[in-house]
Design a protein around this ligand. Structure first.
Ligand code: BES
Ligand code: ZN
Length: 618
């Protein structure tokens, strides 16, 4: 041992020199300080993951190993993020190595410090999830559409991937991955990767993601699902009883993709599929690359809610290709995506539809800003989420103020210039991350200064509220709807004919803009004309339920419907709107009574939000 050491030292030295030679300081990416990850990527950073896991539905545990190739800047340790995982063993280049878990933080979890040396190229963590693993929701058969097999899905954004995989969980880090996943043989596994189209005979699945993605886009779903193609590069996964309806509902996916590519360049991820999950899925959609995860509440039967698919598709550029560097820059993901979604919808359905979507966004934004009267800093585009859970910054400001900023820019510089600018922006920043500050420099260089255009960018980004130059979105369609509302409340008569061609947007605008003094009997009149309590369109139903709570409307057993909706659906935006309505209408007790029954069906991200709204103590 002793005799060999000098040789070893020399060999290590030579190796280290050759490593630093091959990666000179300037070549190495500089990562910024960020408050939501313990990782120190400037010392050692993961570049590729090889995941090997077993999914056990009996014990509700995922177990196995996460093996990483690392880019090592002569480090003596590498730090991963973990939360509520059992770490069994860690290896560096195939040999057991020392590791320790740091102090536990309620939202960040624990740093996993792994001892390495300057030449370590690979680390492997053997681990298991626990009952506290927040990303994963284990569903029993009763919580699925077909009611015969269990189901599982993960949700990584913003900082939950660390709860099912030990990882450097920062959006500025990008990795490729391979995975081997073993599941019960009745079930199929799919990931944010190249996916199977049929079940494997033994329940083992192998995945490959060859494009670099940030860790929050790691995703897994397991269930008794089937695949149907929509085109040669788009398709849907869903449970058997739904898959045909889903294929029909999303039949425009290819058209959306064609329009999106015309706008901002080639789709970078080869395949675009959507999986429709059980109704407890906490989002309308989640843009996991190659495989968007979606709520079944989009399946209205008439393709009326597909703007969510346009939104998730748009993330294939804004978010997945060009990613926010930190969660303080979240508006770069969502604001661009709402803008892009709007453009796709305009290309497919025309300006009227885009204006309506834009005006709904504007109304949501005004409401959100009103709600943040006491905390105007929360209405900045660039956030300061240090010391907070990033979820706190995930509200309409990033989405709708971000959208309005870009819409205003478009109107100021002209669509032609703006489209060229955006296309180049996506192309020149592809597979990298961007901070708000870097974006502003890029904007000035490539659009504003270039064409000598004055614009109050800083005011939009760093100041509260909405600047006075905001583009005013107008919609003739909504003016007609406003007139219909006036007529109903002044005459107490409803002419159902006026609404026969209304889109979901018109319905939502109609319902949300009732006068504050509308009476329960006027609500009954409207309900009897349009049967809103029994609407099959989840968005229409949700805003109708909200107004029923606000205005004490109890006709047509709407209260039973609301309870049924809240116990079945876990889509955070929908259910939080309804629980907030209970809270604001002095009906917290009623809300709490329903929540106690509904909570076991909710994914942790929804439960956490509703706990806060109602003051629920775990
Ligand atoms: N990426 C988001 C979902 C998300 C946001 C997950 C923040 C975790 C933290 C997704 O693209 C999204 O915005 N979904 C929306 C739909 C959209 C049409 C506004 C949703 O779920 O409602
Ligand atoms: Zn989004």
């Amino acid at each position: 041992m002793n005799r060999k050491q000098p040789l070893l030292v020399v060999a290590t030295l030579i190796f280290m020199i050759s490593c630093t030679e091959s990666k000179k300081g300037s070549e190495r990416l500089k990562y910024v300080e960020e408050p939501h990850s313990y990782a120190q990527p400037n010392e050692a950073v993961i570049t590729h993951l090889n995941l090997d896991i077993d999914v056990n539905f009996e014990s509700e545990v995922i177990s196995g190993s996460a093996s990483y190739t690392i880019d090592n800047n002569d480090a003596s340790q590498i730090i991963l993020d973990t939360k509520n995982l059992v770490i069994e063993k860690v290896q560096a280049d195939g040999k057991d190595t020392k590791f320790s878990l740091g102090a536990y933080d309620e939202s960040l979890g624990q740093p996993l410090n792994i001892k390495i040396n300057g030449s370590t190229k690979n680390i492997t963590v053997f681990y298991q999830t626990t009952s506290k693993t927040e990303a994963v929701q284990w569903l029993n058969p009763q919580q699925t559409a077909d009611k015969t097999q269990p189901f599982l899905f993960t949700q990584g954004q913003a900082i939950l991937t660390r709860t099912w995989i030990p990882i450097q969980d920062s959006p500025q880090i990008r990795i490729t991955y391979d995975a081997t996943v073993r599941v019960p043989k009745e079930l199929m596994a799919v990931m944010s990767a190249e996916n199977p189209k049929v079940k494997s005979p033994n329940g083992e699945y192998r995945f490959k993601m060859v494009q670099k993605i940030p860790p929050y886009l790691m995703a897994l779903a397991v269930g008794d699902i089937a695949y149907k193609a929509v085109s040669n590069r788009t398709g849907v996964y869903a449970e058997n009883s739904m898959v045909d309806a889903v294929q029909e509902e999303f039949s425009e996916m290819e058209n959306m993709l064609v329009e999106a590519e015309k706008l901002y360049g080639k789709y970078a991820w080869d395949q675009f599929d959507v999986i429709v999950l059980p109704p407890s899925f906490p989002f309308g959609g989640m843009e996991n690359p190659r495989l968007t995860f979606a709520t079944p509440t989009l399946i209205a039967g008439d393709k009326s809610l597909t703007s969510v698919i346009a939104h998730e598709l748009a993330h294939s550029w804004s978010g997945n290709l060009v990613t926010n560097t930190t969660w303080d820059d979240f508006w770069l993901n969502e604001g661009f995506t709402v803008y892009f979604e709007n453009r796709i919808m305009e290309a497919l359905y025309g300006k009227d539809r885009a204006n309506m979507l834009g005006l709904i966004a504007r109304q949501d934004l005004d409401e959100e800003i009103e709600g943040f009267k006491e905390t105007p800093e929360k209405t900045h585009l660039k956030l300061d989420l240090k010391g907070h859970n990033p979820d706190d910054g995930m509200n309409s400001i990033a989405y709708d103020k971000g959208f309005l900023f870009l819409k205003t820019l478009e109107e100021t510089v002209g669509r032609d210039k703006f489209d060229i600018f955006l296309k180049n922006y996506f192309q020149s920043n592809a597979f990298t991350t961007i901070t708000t500050e870097k974006f502003i420099v890029y904007l000035n260089e490539n659009l504003l200064d270039k064409h000598s255009i004055q614009f109050n960018t800083d005011e939009w980004v760093y100041n509260p509220g909405i600047p006075s130059n905001a583009f005013e979105i107008k919609s003739d369609k909504f003016e007609n709807v406003s007139n219909t509302i006036k007529e109903i409340v002044t005459t107490n008569k409803v002419n159902a004919d006026v609404a026969k061609d209304w889109t979901t947007q018109e319905w939502v605008y109609f319902i949300r803009n009732f006068p504050t003094d509308i009476t329960p009997s006027q609500m009954a009149l409207i309900d009897n004309a349009f049967d809103l309590t029994n609407s099959k369109n989840s968005h229409k139903a949700m805003v109708w339920y909200e107004q029923s709570i606000n205005h004490n409307y109890k006709g047509n057993n709407v209260e039973v419907k609301i309870e049924e909706f809240l116990t079945r659906v876990g889509r955070r935006w929908y259910v939080s709107t309804l629980y907030k309505a209970f809270a604001n209408a002095d009906k917290v007790d009623k809300g709490m009574e329903i929540y106690k029954k509904a909570r076991p069906n909710y994914h942790s991200v929804t439960a956490n939000t509703i706990d806060d709204i109602l003051g629920y103590k775990k």
